[in-house]
Design a protein around this ligand. Structure first.
Ligand SMILES: C[S@@+](CC[C@H](N)C(=O)[O-])C[C@H]1O[C@@H](n2cnc3c(N)ncnc32)[C@H](O)[C@@H]1O
Ligand SMILES: [Mg+2]
Length: 244
């Protein structure tokens, strides 16, 4: 059993050098980063009783960033004091992420591996971050169950992905790939997108309690991103808790 879809990994290998270019192929992730970090920081601080005003509020927390890419989220988690494992199936991503973290003076344990290999190795984390990866794995339900097996009781799985709606086809495929050309054509396959109810169902089936879910909304007029209770029609993020 593997979560790897080789064609998907090949797409990311081909783009690896661009991870830290805010104007490059990962521009949408750079743009979305402040809003998703705000959500993630809030969830973790609330669950583990941490004060976000502290310099290193996530000290002693062990966080897995699965499908970490270039480490756009692994790095801020390490800066907040967490012990971070960044894992990605694409070796090129791990090479880029490792180099960038070194340049930043950050200590992050980057590994070219998969979630299922980490389960086999007996790894356990306080938080598993699965950001913009479920739409790229072989079997999303199986993958979410694997993430659940990587968090200790009382821990969190935080996942973000794209909803499967007419609006997400317009925004993520036509807008981001064809018109804005932020992403190469074919980066995303709309039929692999997952509705919030489907993802909640997968989380529940895996034995996670869904804590909450928020839309991440791009406003083309102000060019900024915000969290929304109501609008989960394109990008969204969700937290599940492994019951203690
Ligand atoms: C869209 S990128 C998201 C990167 C990062 N999570 C972020 O949001 O900035 C998806 C990443 O998942 C990785 N990936 C896809 N399938 C994977 C799998 N089965 N196991 C581990 N990593 C995988 C890809 O190589 C790619 O780096
Ligand atoms: Mg994606």
């Amino acid at each position: 059993m593997t979560s790897i879809d080789p064609a998907e990994i090949a797409k990311f290998e081909a783009m690896a050098a661009e991870w830290w270019d805010p104007k490059g192929k990962f521009k949408p992730l750079h743009m979305m980063n402040p809003v998703r970090l705000d959500y993630i920081d809030t969830q973790i601080a609330a669950e583990f009783g941490r004060d976000r005003r502290n310099l290193r509020p996530f000290e002693d927390l062990r966080i897995l960033d699965i499908g970490c890419g270039g480490g756009l989220v692994s790095e801020p988690m390490a800066r907040l004091g967490a012990t971070v494992v960044g894992a990605d199936a694409a070796e090129g991503n791990i090479a880029i992420a490792t180099l960038h973290a070194q340049q930043q003076g950050l200590d992050i344990d980057y590994r070219a591996t998969t979630a299922e290999a980490l389960v086999d190795a007996g790894e356990r984390f306080d938080v598993v971050l699965a950001l913009e990866i479920v739409e790229h794995v072989a079997d999303p339900a199986e993958f979410i169950a694997t993430c659940r097996n990587l968090v200790r009781p009382g821990g969190l799985v935080i996942a973000s992905t794209l909803n499967r709606t007419a609006k997400s086809f317009g925004a993520a495929i036509i807008g981001a790939e064809w018109v804005m050309r932020w992403l190469p054509k074919g980066t995303h396959e709309w039929n692999r997108f997952i509705t919030p109810d489907e993802l909640s169902g997968m989380a529940s089936a895996a034995g996670l309690d869904v804590v909450d879910r928020y839309g991440m909304v791009f406003n083309p007029l102000t060019w900024d991103w915000s969290l929304s209770h109501r609008d989960l029609s394109v990008n969204y993020i969700m937290t599940g808790r492994h019951p203690a």
